[in-house]
Design a protein around this ligand. Structure first.
Ligand code: NAD
Ligand code: TYD
Length: 353
């Protein structure tokens, strides 16, 4: 078995689905707190798959984590669980400190105790894979080279500061206790099951619903976009072959200004689902007040993972974004569940008694 945390969220669910798509794959224990960002509909296709065991719980719950480790004896932990939205972290940072820092600390301690009691090959093989973000490196100017693994940490938002803190804990557990960790720092993901508070799914759904497409500030902030399936394949490579204690940057070599991303989505929708009035979706673009402390540019230099592990993304931005728009058009039920909030009913149904 492997233990995945946060596997009902966007990237975690894609990882679980991608892993179990291989019929010979090991099973997954998936612990998720099911915050607003956790959605079991993401995992609906696994309902009758005995290889997927879902546990509703918090990575900060020491007794629960210890119990799961003893019961399922995973050979690896992949830690996706986090509060992940920058704008929410600005409005209410407390949950970010609790889950991203205290939760990761708790998980590390439980895992270290479990690993300490393993013997021989089981101990050698064990891995703790921490999934992190390029936002820990701060903001680049247009002239700066892309982030490498040796860039200093300069987080600017409560979200990135909390992720940076968790990365430091993971690093320290390796150096101090010899605990077998790998960390990946990835650029902005997009793809299926992305919660529509983030730019790309928000723009797709607002466009289809005739709503404004909010672009912060001048729309010239740059992000380095990676299709989520490529992030999953990179994590698998690092989990398999990454050197202990190392960090690996993961990125798509796809730097785009936000306004260009929004216009690209509008163009694809004009083609695939033209507006009833025949006008372009780009007419819905609306410039709104900028995010406080908004990082101007992120860019990942992903040459280390390519040189050491032979990983490169399979999708370009053009192929990935087209697939993504098509996915949202093909999934009206998933979209409705998320937009109406009915995906949350599962909790009510499950815990009514
Ligand atoms: P998400 O917000 O979609 O999902 C997070 C999941 O974690 C949710 O299912 C939520 O219920 C769960 N969770 C939250 N708190 C928890 C807790 N205390 N215990 C257990 N589960 C908890 O996030 P995502 O976009 O899928 O990101 C996953 C990871 O990847 C995060 O660690 C994030 O920092 C990192 N990351 C994300 C991106 C991106 O572009 N989305 C890029 C790089 C790295
Ligand atoms: P987001 O998807 O929130 O990811 P992150 O802040 O982690 O990079 O935002 C991506 C970029 O899009 C970021 O520069 C903020 C911008 N943005 C908008 O312009 N409008 C929006 O409505 C949202 C949600 C984001």
């Amino acid at each position: 078995m492997i233990l995945v945390t946060g596997g009902a969220g966007f990237i975690g669910a894609n990882f679980v689905l991608n892993w179990l798509a291989d019929s010979g794959a090991e099973g997954i224990v998936n612990i998720d707190k099911l915050t607003y960002a956790g959605n079991l509909a993401n995992l609906q296709t696994l309902q009758n798959d005995a290889r997927h065991i879902f546990v509703h719980g918090d990575i900060g719950d020491k007794a629960l984590i210890a119990k799961i480790l003893v019961e399922y004896r995973p050979r690896a932990i992949v830690n996706f669980a986090a509060e992940s939205h920058v704008d929410r972290s600005i409005h209410g940072p407390a949950e970010f400190i609790q889950t991203n820092i205290v939760g990761t600390f708790n998980l590390l301690e439980c895992a270290r105790e479990y690993w300490g009691a393993l013997q021989g090959g089981d101990k050698e093989r064990f891995r703790f894979h921490h999934v992190s973000t390029d936002e820990v490196y701060g903001s680049l100017s247009l002239a700066d080279p892309a982030f490498t693994e040796t860039n200093p940490y300069e987080p600017n938002s409560p979200y990135s500061a909390s992720k940076a803190a968790s990365d430091h804990l993971v690093r320290a557990w390796f150096h101090t206790y010899g605990f077998p960790v790998v960390t990946t720092n990835c650029s902005n993901n997009y793809g299926p099951y992305h919660f529509p508070e983030k730019l790309i799914p928000l723009v797709i759904l607002n466009a289809l619903n005739g709503k404004p497409l909010p672009v912060y500030g001048d729309g010239q902030q740059i992000r380095d976009w990676l299709y989520v399936g490529d992030h999953c394949s990179a994590i698998r490579e690092v989990l398999d072959k990454g050197r202990l204690g190392e960090t690996y940057n993961i990125g798509g070599w796809n730097e785009k200004a936000n306004l260009d991303v929004v216009k690209t989505i509008c163009g694809i929708l004009d083609e695939l689902r033209p507006r009833a009035d025949g006008k372009p979706y780009a007419e819905q673009i609306t410039f709104v007040t900028d995010r406080p402390g908004h990082d101007r540019r992120y860019a990942i230099d992903a040459s280390k993972i390519e040189k050491e592990l032979g990983w490169r993304p399979a999708e370009t931005f053009d192929t990935g974004i087209r697939k993504t728009v098509q996915w949202y058009l093909d999934q009206p039920e998933w979209v409705e569940g998320v937009v109406t909030g009915s995906y949350r009913d599962w909790l009510e149904k499950q815990y009514r008694h």
